[in-house]
Design a protein around this ligand. Sequence first.
Ligand SMILES: Cc1cc2nc3c(=O)[nH]c(=O)nc-3n(C[C@H](O)[C@H](O)[C@H](O)COP(=O)(O)OP(=O)(O)OC[C@H]3O[C@@H](n4cnc5c(N)ncnc54)[C@H](O)[C@@H]3O)c2cc1C
Length: 412
Amino acid sequence: MKETCDFIVIGAGIVGLATAREIQSRRPDARVVVLEKEAEVAIHQTGHNSGVIHAGVYYAPGSLKADFCRRGVDATIRFCTEHQIPVEQCGKLLVATTPLELERMDALEERCRQNKLDPIRLDEKELKAREPNVVGLGALFVKTTGIVDYVAMSRTLARLVVEHGGEVRTNSEVQGIVERDDGVEVKTADRVLRAKHLVVCAGLQADRMARMAGLDVDFQIVPFRGEYYRLNKRHNDVVKHLIYPIPDPDLPFLGVHLTRMIDGSVTVGPNAVLGFAREGYRKTQINLRDVLDMLRFPGFWAVMRKNLRSGINEFRNSLSKARYLELCRKYCPSLEVSDLEPYPAGIRAQAVLRDGTLVHDFLIKQTKRTLHVCNAPSPAATSALPIAEHIADQLLGEQSGEERKEALRSAG
Ligand SMILES: Cc1cc2nc3c(=O)[nH]c(=O)nc-3n(C[C@H](O)[C@H](O)[C@H](O)COP(=O)(O)OP(=O)(O)OC[C@H]3O[C@@H](n4cnc5c(N)ncnc54)[C@H](O)[C@@H]3O)c2cc1C
């Protein structure tokens, strides 16, 4: 069966759904179809994360991450307030527990200022006063960090897409993409859909979808599991803010943190362990195709060589609950192993280049008729609304602020 529309978006995670909605708001008469292989929206990264609205502390000034994350904070809070989705700006404390971390904290404070954040520096006593259960030599308080439920946001975006005449088709795995001069053809199990433009927001499958569309891509997605525990509910008030360690600048992930979730619970995590299945959430799950793709990719071996010591450490912490807890007891010593309860893991889609460089920034590639979001790791949930605006600018040409407001007003 063949049918036509104006825009196809592959992937109903938060980035794909925000993009579909943004295109619709700028082109109210266009037919937009979102294709999602799972039975529901937001099943993968968007449904397995920390639920943090990142303020934009860490990112290289001038990067897409720094820009989109900063704009994403306000955009996310505005969207959630407008659509009655619970959201809270509880603030975050980056806690230094050693003299080395205090030094790193100075660099982080400077980075915050470069990113136009206004962190408050706390000494040991001030930290204790704010968080009686947390110990450290000092901390940075970033008040704009918040928490939200990204699944709720995605479901709302999907509902808006449908209410405005679009479609979100679940159980629709894309199996083929052909780009022509005048449009694209996208094949699922039961039909071929033609459109003028295609946007691919496929997360953990981004590299495969780009290759399927004929792009000559020089990166591969390497999955990194992020494992969590939930604290027993008697600890729901153990902290008032989100508590993060000072990250090691040589490592790409933020370190195990204590996260107040929007449902009132507190999670511990995530770590960063190499995954053997891109979409397998159990610790023991292995996907042969994913493993073979990884082993054949020179970039994977280069990453392993560069990060061998930290990789082994992460594995050991993953296997032992007690070792894992130590990462957190550094700054919250009252927690016991028996306080940790099971909580589902997430899997990060991390783009890696052939030489083993981890791609830190968001990466978008465009051809005449297609646009691929190739790398959208954290804070892409925070940044989804500005990413969507950027994609729409690329596809449709930039809009002025006034035009954007007018389009949103007329789209309701
Ligand atoms: C452990 C962890 C913690 C994180 N914490 C945070 C946080 O606190 N704050 C934050 O801002 N970010 C966080 N992130 C990052 C954030 O979750 C992701 O960056 C974001 O969700 C990416 O959204 P996405 O739409 O690009 O990808 P996804 O949510 O993964 O969606 C991609 C979709 O594409 C679909 N798809 C793939 N292939 C096909 C195909 N062939 N046909 C049809 N559909 C297809 C998939 O099924 C999936 O639904 C975290 C991520 C992880 C893993």
